[in-house]
Write a protein that binds this ligand. Structure first.
Ligand code: GTP
Ligand code: MG
Length: 199
């Protein structure tokens, strides 16, 4: 699958604006500021196609990026306390609407900051994905911020934190060093072409 010709397709602020779920979709989910947009840019080898910001809560819409045979779907980040209640409700309507629709969902990449334990919201999201039977894996972001000792400790702690989910893949990732990019591209290619593979 080609990753070098991705284009921005559409930003949906309400579930009624979502495009038809005709292509295999790879969804990126995670708390605000965890690195979703950075990861998408790295996958597509682009600097700022998906907008990256040091200000959390930047992506308030579901953003779709078109590849030849698939879409990448950037969900708005959750867990940002300063967002108004009205905004949170709109977010819930949008994201729940997305997951309730008949879509061709090939994989959810759940992002978790590798430096920290999963948040309550992270665990909530993973439980939701598990209950809904959505295929998912975990990308552990910002791996470049850890030294070798910290890295080993964090990996062990996160494996423990996710031990209820048998066979769950944890992929250390860094949009700075490029760690995990090739591995993720390989997985995305195989699920987009053969959606049942990760089941
Ligand atoms: P929202 O759109 O607000 O939900 O955030 P997001 O998850 O899309 O995060 P984004 O990609 O905008 O990154 C947030 C901040 O983290 C930015 O300052 C990025 O430069 C930084 N960042 C993202 N990924 C990495 C990484 O792998 N390593 C390091 N060191 N910084 C990162
Ligand atoms: Mg973003």
């Amino acid at each position: 699958m080609r990753f070098d010709n991705g284009v921005f397709e559409l930003a949906a602020g309400r579930s009624g604006q979502l495009p038809a779920g005709d292509l295999p979709e790879i969804v990126f989910s995670g708390k605000s500021n965890v690195g979703k947009s950075s990861l998408i840019n790295k996958l597509l080898n682009r600097k700022n196609l998906a907008r990256v910001s040091a200000t959390p809560g930047k992506t308030a819409t579901i953003n779709f990026y078109r590849l030849d045979q698939a879409r990448l779907v950037d969900l708005p980040g959750y867990g940002y306390a300063k967002v108004s209640l009205a905004e949170k409700k709109r977010w819930a309507e949008l994201v729940e609407g997305y997951f309730q629709q008949e879509r061709n969902l090939a994989l959810v990449v759940q992002l978790v900051d590798m430096r920290h334990p999963p948040t309550k919201d992270d665990l909530h999201m993973i439980e939701f994905l598990c209950d809904g039977g959505f295929p998912f894996l975990v990308a552990l972001t910002k791996s470049d911020k850890l030294n070798q000792t910290e890295r080993r400790q964090r990996l062990a702690a996160l494996e423990e934190a996710f031990s209820d989910y048998e066979g769950l893949r944890l992929i250390p990732f860094s949009s700075v060093t490029g760690e995990g990019v090739e591995e993720l591209r390989g997985i995305l290619s195989s699920v987009a072409e053969e959606p049942e593979e990760l089941g």
